[in-house]
Every structure is written in structure tokens, then in C-alpha cells.
Design a protein around this ligand. Structure first.
Ligand SMILES: [Mg+2]
Length: 372
């Protein structure tokens, strides 16, 4: 089997707002083969930048566009192709947009491999340990505690056993952030897990204060209260906070996770399969995490392509308590597949059809197609 084309499809909502929602414009990668099998992937990133990473010509032996490296290759050689893409982009790659695109390609290659042998990806990874997952409802935080309570009550009523509020107005005032969680806890009772995602960094002292205050409301984790680059800050925060600290959605490859776990003291890491390097790289991180008693709860705030790739990946882990499930009302989230992945009573099933087990809805592709 040979790769004949690598197609990038950009979709964009008619109005894109400057909010903490990275699913308003997306990049789908389709890898075509001479045997008629097409693999689907997603790079969770800035679509226009990523399209250039894909389509750019060769600039030097270590600064190539990625598409030309794949044409004529056997898509089933996933490990070798990953190494080739990494090596031939290493001057300008290694992190960020280039790794996001490599992630999308890698997911598409797994999709092809699964389709070529008629098996779901999780079986090719050695088999699922769990066939369904509880979702945590992941939502943007309203600006007021009253609004947060209303939203949390809605998600619990819809069957979710856990919920996360993030970005929005958080980070402006530590007392009102703590009150928001306290009011939500009072409203929904002791059982549902509550997570808080700051989105942007706050001062270290505020993060430590919040880690302590949120523990009084039995908060499951506090996410990203510091800069992704502040490794010394993470070490101080994880040592001082009784609330578990989570981070990692902005990292790529295993290397920064080793730092976060070894030097930063993180007990929960959140690789994004469509940013970190794909399914295999997420599993490498998970292996290192498991050996250190660190939990992997992937970041998963984009389309159902990412949801499917994440489900196949986490289904093979020994200990992943939740799937992050983006509950925003957004057609790129809800209408991208012919058969969307929707939770029932807060649970989703791991796809069972070959490859990722998904099919794109051409109507949605046509309606939101963006040429840039
Ligand atoms: Mg986050």
C-alpha cells in the first residue's frame, strides 16, 4: 500500500470569538492511498499555520514540509514514518505546530492500519481494558458564581458525574474563583467531581492559595494555574497544594512530560493526542506516567476525531478515570460525524468499527469549509 496524497481540510465557524475554545476552526488531515483506504486525523492547532507546515516544500534536509515526505510511503509503517517526519522537520519542529501536524498524520495512519485489517485501533494496541468511559463535562466558565451553579446543575441533570469549568472569567480574583467552586459544590452535593481550569497563569502565591482553598470543596484537580514553562513554579505548587494539580495540554512529545513529572511533581498530566505526537507518543507518556504513579487524563477539547483517537488510546490504559468531553454547542463538535460520539447518562463507548471507527459528514465539511 502506498500513500498517494495528504489532504488538509480547514473548517471554520462563521464567527470566531477570542475565547478559550480551540474548536472554532479546525484542521482535518486525510491520508489517501492507492488501495482506496483513506485515513482521518486531526491536528488540534492553528489550522492555517499547520496547513503551511504540511504543504511547504523542502527547505533543507532537516526543515521540510511534511506532505512530500509521505507520498509513496507505506502508511502502515507508522513508527518509521513518525521518526522520518520528526527528523526531517527537526530544525523548525520538535514542539508546537509541527508536532500538532505530525499528530494528525499519525492518527490518520492508525486509521488506515485499522481499516486495512478490519480492526479497531484499540485492538491493534493490544486491546482495550475498558470499553466505556465516564465523561467529565468540560465547559467554559461563566463570569459569575450564579452562572456557574446553573451550568453545573444542568450537566449533573444530564447525567454527568463530573464537570470542569475553565477559562472565561477565571483568574481575575482568587476569592471569587474559590467562591464559584464552593457555590457549585453546595448546589450539586458531595458526589460529582469538580475540576477547575484557569487557562492562563496566575501568580504563584495565588495558585498556592487556590490549591488550598479548593481542597475545602473537594476539588478533583486544579488545571494550569501557572505558565507551561514555569517548571520551578510547578514544583513549588505541587509541593504546597492539597488539591491535585493538572497540566500538559500545550506540550508536545514525551520530553516535557518527563520534566513535569520528575522536576515539577505533577500527579496528573493531560497530553492532547492531536498535539503531543499522536497515539503512540501519548502511550509512551502513559508508560512513564504509570511507572511514576502519575495519572494520564488526556486533554480532549475538539472534534469527534480527537474524541475517537483519545478513546482508543485511553481504553488501553490501566488507570484513566475520565474522558474529557467538550459540551459546547458547536456544529464542528456536534455535527462532524455521520454518527456523532454522544454520551448516554454521562458515559461514552469506545468505537468498535475498524480504524478510528468514524465517518465524516460531507454536509458539515461543505458547510464550514474554509480556504483561508
Ligand atoms: Mg485546559
Amino acid at each position: 500500500m502506498k500513500i498517494t496524497d495528504v489532504e488538509s481540510i480547514m473548517l471554520r465557524l462563521p464567527v470566531v470569538r477570542e475565547i478559550g475554545d480551540g474548536c472554532q476552526n479546525i484542521l482535518i488531515i486525510r491520508v489517501h492511498t492507492d488501495e482506496g483506504i483513506t485515513g482521518i486525523g486531526e491536528a488540534h492547532t492553528n489550522p492555517m499555520v499547520s496547513k503551511a507546515v504540511l504543504d511547504s516544500p523542502m527547505c533543507s534536509v532537516s526543515a521540510s514540509g511534511l506532505k512530500r515526505l509521505l507520498i509513496g510511503e507505506d502508511p502502515r509503517d507508522i513508527n518509521r514514518l513518525y521518526d522520518k517526519l520528526y527528523k526531517k522537520s527537526v530544525t523548525y519542529g520538535r514542539r508546537g505546530a509541527v508536532m500538532h501536524v505530525i499528530s494528525g498524520i499519525e492518527i490518520a495512519l492508525w486509521d488506515i492500519l485499522g481499516k486495512s485489517v478490519g480492526q479497531p485501533i484499540h485492538r491493534l494496541l493490544g486491546g482495550a481494558r475498558k470499553f466505556e468511559f465516564p465523561c467529565y463535562a468540560s465547559d467554559l466558565s461563566p463570569d459569575t458564581a450564579k452562572g456557574a451553579v446553573k451550568l453545573a446543575e444542568k450537566h449533573v441533570k444530564n447525567g454527568y458525574k463530573a464537570l470542569k469549568l475553565g477559562w472565561g472569567g477565571l483568574g481575575g480574583n482568587r476569592k471569587s474563583d474559590a467562591k464559584l467552586v464552593g457555590d457549585v459544590r453546595k448546589a450539586i452535593g458531595p458526589d460529582p467531581d469538580i475540576m477547575l481550569d484557569m487557562g492562563f497563569p496566575v501568580p504563584l502565591d495565588d495558585a498556592i492559595w487556590l490549591g488550598r482553598a479548593l481542597a475545602e470543596h473537594d476539588t478533583y484537580f486544579l488545571e494550569e494555574p501557572l505558565s507551561p514553562d514555569d517548571i520551578h513554579g510547578w514544583a513549588k505548587l505541587t509541593a504546597a497544594s492539597p488539591t491535585p494539580i493538572a497540566t500538559g495540554e500545550k506540550e508536545s512529545t514525551l520530553f516535557p512530560y518527563l520534566d513535569l513529572m520528575e522536576r515539577g511533581g505533577l500527579r496528573i498530566v493531560q497530553p492532547d493526542v492531536a498535539r503531543v505526537g499522536g497515539i503512540s507518543e501519548t502511550l509512551r507518556i502513559a508508560t512513564h506516567a504509570e511507572a511514576r504513579g502519575v495519572r494520564v487524563i488526556p486533554h480532549c477539547w475538539s472534534t469527534d476525531i480527537l474524541v475517537a483517537a483519545t478513546l482508543h488510546t485511553i481504553s488501553t490504559l490501566r488507570d484513566c478515570p475520565y474522558l474529557e468531553y467538550n459540551v459546547m454547542d458547536n456544529p464542528l463538535r456536534t455535527d462532524l460525524l455521520k454518527d456523532p460520539i454522544r454520551p448516554k447518562n454521562g458515559m461514552v463507548k469506545v468505537p468498535e468499527k475498524p480504524g478510528l471507527g468514524i465517518e465524516l459528514d460531507d454536509k458539515t465539511l461543505k458547510k464550514y469549509r474554509w480556504e483561508g
